[in-house]
Design a protein around this ligand. Sequence first.
Ligand code: J2J
Length: 542
Amino acid sequence: MTIAYTPWPETFTQAYRKKGYWTDRPLTDLIDNAPQDNIAIVCGERSLTYRDVCSQSKKLAIYWQTLGLKSGDTALVQLPNIAEFYVVFFALIRLGVAPVNALFSHNESELSAYAKQIQPRILIASSRHALFHDALFFKTLCQASDVLQHALIVGKSEWAESLDSVLERSTDMPLHAEPSRADEVAFFQLSGGSTGTPKLIPRTHNDYFFSVRRSAEICHFSPSTVYLCALPCAHNFPMSSPGAFGVFHTGGHVVMAPSPDANTCFELIEHHRVTVAALVPPALALWLQAAPSHQKAITSLTLMQVGGAKLSESLARQVPKLLGCQLQQILGMAEGLVNYTRLDDDIDTIVTTQGRPMCSLDEVKVIDEEGNEVAANVAGELITRGPYTIRGYYKAPEHNAKVFDSEGFYHSGDLVCRNEKGYLTVVGRDKDQINRGGEKIAAEEIENLLLKHELIVHSALVSMPDAMMGEKSCAFIVPKIASHGMKNVTLRKYLRGFGVADYKVPDRFEFIESLPLTPVGKPNKVALREVIRQRLKQDSKR
Ligand code: J2J
């Protein structure tokens, strides 16, 4: 059985193969073909060689084979930054089972939404997450799914099988299964989203493997690369740009950081002689503040990658001086397209742009509201298609009709300027999303929950500027009655009651008599952003 997805038309797939971009190899080759004696992952006190990762993932796959998991099944995975994330990933891939890797910050609401969409056969989670201290939430998920039967917990568990106990058992059974075909879905990435339900991104072996290989080449990864995984390991950036997978492809090793906190990371950098790190701008700002008193600890760093949200030129310029290494900017998206500044670019290009596409078959257009391409250095929407950019979200025909055009271009909603050399600079956004320091919030998702409140008539979530995070979220609320008595704390508690991830809970609430509307009658978010901008200005004068 295969998992349905929107395929690339044959004329394109032929070109991608002819160019050597698609190699028809499974993602398991990343670890199976690596130098087996090399260290692959350092996690706390543990070091795993490639041989360890291969054998553990095989053992796990064999165990799941005995449970009846098979090609075409799906899995819901939520793990923190630990080595087991990769062991589990490759075990599932060996069986042709496609995982969705939820972020560790996700909660009941997100996990339930993903489970509803993919109908997983198995849940793999961590005992560290409050949701999995007991069987309650797993049972709730099972009630909503016909096929969910199994759970595996990383860490100690009283209610489910634990990964350690599976790996401790000896097995001499062979693995009969194979990964899904290279032009079929390998796993699902998460979309930042702009709609009420989070969309899933089906990624094939061919397209993802190519993006990993080409990224590793652009970033000069080698067997001596020591990569610090400080961002959530399930995110597309630390997974594939070039991320951990780029490291596996080149035989280097990944050091797992429990968080991007500067002190924690500087210790790891010093101890493991880390050469490359990847961060979002708010975390970079904290590293830059802390760097002067840690100069000796970070001498091994050669490359600091920054992406996920807009990096200011002033912060960018501080990187070489304060971190003693080169900066690379990345404009990427889990839907595919990734742009990099190149290591030999001049410093002005590196600090003022977010790079250019990674390969010659990435087609990028910058268009105006009528769909016409704009001239160089004029702002417009970035649209794209290419060898690793999806042609459609998973099971989302209505949304796909809106964001993929008839020629298969993905309309990113990012407003960019492209210079004469093809480098892109992000100047804004035309999608209903808040980018809270790299964490994406779909406005509609939170608005829908607020609208369920008996005292709320209308709600609109917009971004507001924030010195540290770049953007934070502000919910405008039209109450049913003037004497509503709603307080920020109670609204936060109310939203948390739905089990949404913490980063999605609005940073600020503003009560308003009515929402300003656009000529077509939609909430005028441009006007609302201006209202909150003015209020913030007044607050700062007080
Ligand atoms: C401004 N906005 C940016 C940047 C992404 C590598 C790096 C990042 C992501 C990622 C990724 C930006 N400046 N440098 O998947 O492989 C915003 C844009 C974009 C959206 C995608 C990767 N880099 N963005 O951030 O799927 O709005 O991927 O469309 O999480 O983040 O978000 P996401």
